[in-house]
Design a binder for this molecule. Structure first.
Ligand SMILES: O=C(O)CCC(=O)C(=O)O
Ligand SMILES: [Fe+2]
Length: 294
């Protein structure tokens, strides 16, 4: 049976990127401490406990999914912007974009009795239109141990290049068993799904995913974290959330107001009260350059 490689937390981003391209998944062991997890849970447990179970089979009738973590949790913000993860993400997605963005934040709590989620590719969120490229870099941070019994993510290593209609055999599936504080990194193309929870305990993970800057985000960050909240974020997070131009002309807006009150065309950063270049659509030279950046 295929296995998921376990690597140390300081693994080089190039190595992460090449294993991810081939296997579609890997685990970095023991990246964050128990104290970090406790602090994150203190911030997020009230929201998790206030979340109802999913309303369909895919979301899971015994699974809670809690989002909006960009504005709800400082510890989650730390995870989102970890330089080692961002660097691996940027290396992995560089062939397909100028900039990466935050795609979603979600605490996934699989409760006892939950059945296995259907095996899928996360990039199907955009339909089956992206078969030819890799749009996504995903993490699930284990907040509890992930075991075969409690619903550790099921993964089909080596599946990123398989056709969308490939039928998956049970013997091709393994599970991302890992200790709390470890992280499963997986691509948008690998076949995988949440596991069945046959234990008496919750399996809790925090799913933080990133996508090509020119795609629509799965979690709408402008509504989950509107300008009034985004103003309080560090610059890197504002940009990752989407409060920046995606590339030339991508994502500009026209501020509402009286005639002449505002510049006609501005970067989303303007909504955060930032000084922006008036009437600028971004970096035209970069957009028209014939050399590839990635
Ligand atoms: O919770 C998990 O282990 C994976 C869930 C998943 O793949 C999904 O909801 O798309
Ligand atoms: Fe998934």
């Amino acid at each position: 049976m295929a296995t998921i490689k376990h690597l140390p937390s300081n693994t080089d981003s190039q190595i992460i990127s090449s294993i991810l391209a081939e296997d579609g998944a890997l685990i970095l062991d023991n990246v964050v401490s128990d104290a970090f997890i406790a602090a994150l849970r203190e911030e997020t447990d009230p929201y998790m406990l206030g979340t109802s179970n999913g309303a369909d089979d895919f979301s899971g009738f015994k699974t809670t999914r809690t989002g909006g973590l960009l504005s709800r949790s400082k510890k989650c913000q730390e995870l989102i912007t970890r330089p080692d993860i961002l660097s691996a993400c940027e290396t992995f997605l560089a062939p397909f974009c100028e900039a990466v963005q935050l795609h979603l934040t979600q605490i996934i709590r699989i409760q006892p009795g939950e059945t296995a989620q259907a095996i899928h590719r996360d990039k199907w969120a955009w339909g089956k239109h992206l078969s030819h490229l890799e749009p996504q870099f995903n993490t699930i941070w284990a907040l509890t141990d992930f075991t075969a019994e409690n619903g550790a993510t099921r993964v089909v290593p080596g599946s990123p290049t398989w056709p969308d209609n490939q039928s998956i055999r049970e013997d091709q599936i393994t599970q991302a068993e890992m200790q709390a504080g470890s992280v499963l990194i997986y691509s948008g193309s690998v076949f995988h799904g949440g596991g069945e929870n046959r234990s008496q305990e919750d399996r809790i993970g925090i799913n933080i995913t990133y996508a090509l800057g020119w795609l629509r985000q799965e979690e709408n960050q402008y509504l989950s974290c509107p300008p009034a909240l985004a103003k309080q974020l560090p610059d890197t997070l504002q940009k990752l959330a989407g409060y920046a131009m995606g590339q030339y002309a991508l994502g500009y807006y026209t501020p509402p107001g009286a005639p002449g009150e505002h510049p006609e065309v501005v970067s989303p950063a303007y909504a955060l009260g930032k000084a922006v270049e008036h009437e600028s659509m971004g970096d035209l030279d970069k957009a028209l350059s014939t050399t590839q950046s990635g």
